[in-house]
Design a protein around this ligand. Structure first.
Ligand code: B1M
Length: 210
């Protein structure tokens, strides 16, 4: 089994203690961080999702796989985040109210940080009011993530709260997450949508540069 496949397998099995040294080994052997991320970690989580859908995995297995992935992401973070870049804008990022999935959100935050954005990571289950507060504290971009079809509507609720607070013209709203689409983003009045973390960086840069 290749090292990449071993990493993938260890994430699926939720073995953080195995994943971390294997990711360190892969980096030491010169494997690119984005290859480890895409072909090892993200691919493993896609498989975990499939196993959940097929009834082979339940919530606890998903959770320990997620913990293994988060531990591996911490090792990759220095490689994914460039050092000493001048901030090009302030982003408040979080997973919308009711949603506890944070891996994709954290990945987007890391990539934005690496591209030179200052990050206010609001965490998970972020209320519309908390996003409004972040704008009042200087956020120029609100970046919302949702992984559940049931929590996606809270993106719209948040945009409504931003409008009610009279702040809609002061902020760029970027949305993403597995069930979110370009069409949904425009339907709810977001300024931009991105399907993955790299696209989120490109979109955020394009939007802030006007
Ligand atoms: Co959940 N879960 N989960 N889960 N979980 C999904 C999302 C699901 C698709 C699994 C499935 O059925 N196949 C399904 C959702 C179905 C739906 O709504 N259509 C689901 C479900 C049903 C649930 C529960 C309801 C299960 C239950 O309790 N019965 C429950 C809900 C809890 C809640 O949030 N209130 C639940 C719980 C959990 C855990 C807590 C166990 C755990 C999360 C732990 C954590 O995040 N710390 C978990 C996990 C791990 C998953 C899967 C397996 C993996 C998610 C993940 O981390 N992917 C997931 C299945 C899947 O995705 N295939 C699943 C890797 C990550 C890198 O990708 O987050 O998509 P992703 O992020 C991508 C892009 O989407 C994009 O960029 C990222 C990187 O490229 N992106 C953005 C994300 N945010 C963005 C923002 C942007 C731009 C791009 O701009 C701002």
């Amino acid at each position: 089994m290749s090292l990449l496949e071993e990493i993938r397998q260890a994430v699926i099995e939720g073995q953080a203690k195995v994943v971390v040294p294997k990711v360190e080994q892969a980096l030491a052997e010169g494997m690119a961080a984005d290859v480890i991320l895409n072909d090892g970690l993200i691919s493993a989580m896609a498989e975990v999702g499939q196993m959940f859908e097929d009834g082979e995995f339940f919530v606890p297995e998903m959770l320990i796989a997620a913990r293994a992935m988060s531990a591996a992401l911490e090792i990759l973070k220095p490689q994914l985040v460039a050092q000493g870049v001048e901030p090009i804008g302030k982003v408040a990022i979080g997973t919308v109210k009711g949603d506890l999935h944070d891996i994709g959100k954290s990945l987007v935050a890391m990539m934005l940080e690496g591209a030179g954005f200052e990050i206010m990571d609001m965490g998970v289950d972020v209320s519309p009011d908390a996003f409004v507060g972040a704008i009042q504290n200087g956020a120029q971009i609100v970046a919302m993530s949702a992984l559940l079809t049931t929590t996606m509507p809270n993106m719209k609720t948040t945009i409504e709260a931003i409008k009610t607070a009279g702040l809609r013209d002061d902020v760029i709203v970027l949305v993403g997450g597995a069930p979110v689409t370009e069409a949904y983003a425009s339907e709810i009045g977001a300024d931009g949508y991105a399907p993955d973390a790299s696209a989120a960086v490109r979109k955020a840069k394009a939007l802030i540069e006007g």
